[in-house]
Design a protein around this ligand. Sequence first.
Ligand code: ZN
Length: 144
Amino acid sequence: MGAQLAGRHVACPAAGVVLAFRRPVRAPASVTPLRALYDAAGRGPSWLARSLAGRRITCSGLVGSVPSGAAGWLALGEDVIAPCPACGGDHDWPVGVLAVQAPCPPGTFAVATLRGVLDLCPGAGDAAGMGGRLALRDAAVVAP
Ligand SMILES: [Zn+2]
C-alpha cells in the first residue's frame, strides 16, 4: 500500500499557484537595432553581432532591393535605400544595412520586421551583391 502511494502524483493547488506566480513573464522577441550590429567604423560586425552569430534575431527597417537583383533577397535599412542609379552598387548606403535572405520577402519600400539567422560568414551577402554587409538568412516577416 505504501509503495502505491509513493508512485502517486500529488497535485497541490497552492503550490501550483505559487509556481505560476513566480514564473517570469515571457517578453516578446526584442528587436535588435540595425546600426548596433556594426562596429564603430561600420565595416564589420559589432561585439553584439558576434555574440548573436548563428542565432535567430529580429530586426526592423525599410525594405530595399539588393544590387544583384537576386530573388529571395532584400536589403533592410533604417532609411530608404536603393542601389546606385549609375552602377547599381551599394556604396552610398548608410551603415546598418543588412542583406536579408527571405523565402517570401515583403515588398520594397515597406516597413518590415523580420526574424532570421544572423550569418557572419565571409561572403554571406555576396548573392545579394552586398559582400561587405552582414546577412540575415532564412528570414520571415513577423510584423508588418
Ligand atoms: Zn555607383
